[in-house]
Unconditional design. Structure first.
Length: 98
């Protein structure tokens, strides 16, 4: 049985979701900071030949990559380096003047 398709404001033709939604801006800023932290950690790991100078097999490398990604996301969600707040502030439009 097919259900009827209904249009919502976000999917109506000619109507786009607001690009300056503060929640979306904040989420994107946190994702950016998380990605940046993850890349910094990966760079540190690559320069040392593995964490604590140990060689890794493929399974431990995958596990470590996942752990780094989760750590970077958690760090960013908790305030991280403060970059997400600065990025969000720079992308958020100023309130209209009355």
């Amino acid at each position: 049985m097919l259900l009827p398709i209904t249009a919502t404001p976000a999917t109506t033709v000619g109507s786009a979701p607001p690009k300056d939604d503060p929640a979306k801006i904040s989420d994107a800023a946190h994702q950016f900071e998380s990605l940046l932290i993850g890349q910094m950690m990966k760079g540190m790991q690559d320069s040392e030949g593995g964490w604590m100078g140990t060689d890794e097999d493929d399974a431990s490398a995958s596990a470590m990559d996942y752990a780094q990604e989760m750590f970077a996301q958690s760090l960013s969600a908790g305030g991280g380096l403060g970059l997400a707040k600065l990025v969000a502030k720079g992308l958020t439009p100023p309130p209209p003047k009355s």
